[in-house]
Write a protein that binds this ligand. Structure first.
Ligand SMILES: [Ca+2]
Length: 189
């Protein structure tokens, strides 16, 4: 299983969290080198969650999760973690509390990593809206003063651990709920 957790960060700074909201209606693509996708929820819901259930003919293959970046948004960071075995929710929970293991980092607009059967993976994608100054004439401040602190060299600052941990914990709750609650059967009378 791979879960995608989609976050929109209004100011593009992942360290400030009060401007982060769930990204609904974002589409993702999963490419499995080998294996079959059993169920797909490729478009994120109101909680910013999407994902796939898959089976593997062999234990281990490569997966690649790609975001369909929407117009006027920048993809600012993404990574995936190994959340542990689907067969042991308790172990999964404790492992998520410990942040899990990062298995893949953003490369282009994708995160690629090896997957195994019966294992949960959680992928986090964070976007920010592009500044609207490209339209011209609507910039609030005519003179832009760059912040003096540029120790990390631009917007692609090194991964911020605190926001990642927070997201992983959040997704852990969601993943546990998914596992403990069998996937909702479509009930039709
Ligand atoms: Ca922010």
């Amino acid at each position: 299983m791979i879960l995608v957790v989609k976050t929109i960060d209004a100011d593009g700074n992942l360290e400030t969290e009060d401007d982060q909201t769930a990204g609904e209606g974002w589409e993702f693509q999963l490419d499995l080198e080998d294996g079959d996708i059993e169920e797909a929820f490729p478009v994120t819901d109101a909680d910013g969650i999407g994902g796939w259930l898959f089976t593997l003919p062999i234990d281990g293959t490569n997966a690649s999760v790609t975001e369909m970046i929407q117009d006027n948004f920048d993809l600012i960071d993404a990574f995936c973690v190994d959340a542990g075995s689907l067969a042991a929710p308790e172990a999964l929970r404790s492992r998520i509390d410990a942040e899990g293991d990062i298995v893949g980092e953003l490369d282009g607009d994708s995160v690629s990593f090896p997957v195994e059967a019966e294992t949960a993976y959680i992928c986090f994608f964070a976007n920010s809206p592009e500044p609207e100054d490209s339209v011209g004439g609507e910039t609030a401040t005519p003179e832009i003063t760059l912040p003096p602190t540029d120790a990390f060299g631009g917007p692609q600052a090194p991964s911020n651990e605190s926001w990642r941990i927070m997201l992983v914990v959040l997704a852990g709750i969601l993943a546990s709920a998914l596992i403990l609650t069998p996937s909702p059967a479509t009930r039709r009378k």
